[in-house]
Design a protein around this ligand. Structure first.
Ligand SMILES: Cc1cc2nc3c(=O)[nH]c(=O)nc-3n(C[C@H](O)[C@H](O)[C@H](O)COP(=O)(O)OP(=O)(O)OC[C@H]3O[C@@H](n4cnc5c(N)ncnc54)[C@H](O)[C@@H]3O)c2cc1C
Length: 367
């Protein structure tokens, strides 16, 4: 019998590591979902529900030898995991990849593909019936949502509110100026440097007129609102400290080889990747997938009886690809001369046109 590699969470990082090790070990992938979900497509899926099916890549279609267990981890220790059903799964190697949750619709709330599609269609109908849209949060998610709404309904009035004074503060002025230019062109209204004195009276994503007041004293009327701030690390199942002590942010502390720090020593056969970890960088799918490659190399080395030496080195500067609809947007990417601001055409080609559907069809599509 081969070694059992248990991967907890089949998002960007977990799916990449599961696929990389599928031919070499007995992979068990644990996730309450039935498919890898390319959540970068969620906001377009809301505006264009006929497109939503592109986000799903069923695990059984690309995991050849490995098994999928549709369940949720409720506890983990160096020897394996315990699931919500009460089932225990023993592991020779454990990879934690449970990521993070964003407020719906940025990431889906439901688990089954049918329920996710149903939620998106329902919210799409609400949005279609609203003239004025209020988005709380002018980070990448709020801005991207504004762009997707304007692509389908150029005439809707979209307002974004954020307590921060500047958009995308870690990025250079050149990028910010171009972002403001495109938002003006789309007629997206920005209210920066202001929070709300009280939350809207309606539920997020439900049509119904309301008025809110900003901390600056302005009144804003709208017919629907969305929350586009707040990220929660999915690490509740580690709170019992049987494996590790979480950081104050609820993240899993890891070494450069992405091994998990235990209480007294590093766990040599337990790894963590992606948004779950305390790697000091912006949490991004692209980085989660690079972590997965590092961990796959380390586990393969251990399977051969060698030392695991692959280490992950975060980029020294932030990067971003922020589409405003399929053709617009702004970006910053690494280049041999350091970080480089890229034009809308590049953002569209790398992300905006298909939101990575082609890339994931090649990686996780039906053969
Ligand atoms: C709208 C939007 C656009 C984005 N665009 C980009 C982009 O262009 N580029 C980029 O690099 N990043 C982008 N991101 C960020 C990216 O989505 C995250 O960094 C990425 O999801 C992290 O991947 P992950 O593998 O760590 O975890 P996730 O993708 O969060 O996957 C975690 C998986 O674990 C499962 N899970 C959770 N808890 C448990 C449990 N207890 N037991 C078992 N399974 C569990 C979940 O069901 C899920 O399948 C975007 C995010 C959003 C919301």
């Amino acid at each position: 019998m081969g070694a059992t590699v248990v991967v907890v969470g089949g998002g960007y990082g977990g799916s990449t590591v599961a696929k990389a090790l599928d031919a070499e070990a007995d992979v068990v992938l644990i996730d309450p979902r039935e498919a890898f979900v390319n959540t970068a497509g969620s906001l377009r899926a809301l505006a264009q529900p006929e497109w939503a099916g592109n986000m799903f890549f069923p695990y059984e279609q690309w995991l050849r030898r490995g098994t999928v267990v549709r369940d949720r981890a409720v506890s983990a220790d160096p020897g394996g995991v315990t699931l919500a059903s009460g089932r225990r799964i023993e592991a020779d190697y454990l990879v934690l990849a449970t990521g993070s949750s964003y407020a719906y619709p940025a990431k889906p709330a439901a688990e089954s593909t049918d329920d996710v599609l149903g939620d998106l269609l329902g919210t799409h109908k609400e949005l279609a019936g609203a003239e004025r849209v209020l988005i709380l949060g002018a980070g990448p998610v709020g801005l991207e949502l504004a762009g997707e709404i304007k692509e389908v309904w150029p005439g809707k009035h979209v307002t974004i509110v954020d307590p921060a004074d500047r958009l995308l503060a870690p990025f250079p002025d050149e990028l910010r100026e171009e972002l403001h230019r495109q938002l003006d062109e789309l007629n997206v209204e920005l209210r920066l440097g202001a929070g709300l004195t009280a939350p809207p009276a309606t539920e997020a994503g439900q049509v119904g007129a309301f008025t809110v007041t900003t901390t600056g004293g302005d009144e804003i009327g709208a017919d629907i609102w969305f929350r586009a701030h707040g990220v929660r690390v999915n690490s509740d199942y580690l709170a019992d400290r049987r494996l590790t002590a979480l950081t104050p942010q609820g993240q899993v502390p890891v070494t450069p080889t992405l091994n998990v720090h235990g209480h007294d020593a590093v766990h040599e056969r337990v790894y963590a990747i992606g948004d779950l970890t305390d790697v000091p960088e912006t949490k991004m799918a692209g980085f989660a997938m690079q972590h997965a490659e590092v961990v796959a190399r380390n586990i393969l080395a251990q399977l051969r009886g060698e030392q695991p030496t692959a280490a992950y080195q975060p980029l020294p500067h932030p990067i971003i690809l922020l589409p405003l609809g399929p053709r617009g947007g702004i970006g910053q990417l690494p280049s041999p001369d350091g970080p480089a601001v890229v034009p809308a055409e590049t953002v569209s080609a790398y992300k905006g046109a298909d939101l990575f559907t082609g890339r994931f069809s090649a990686q996780f599509g039906a053969s």
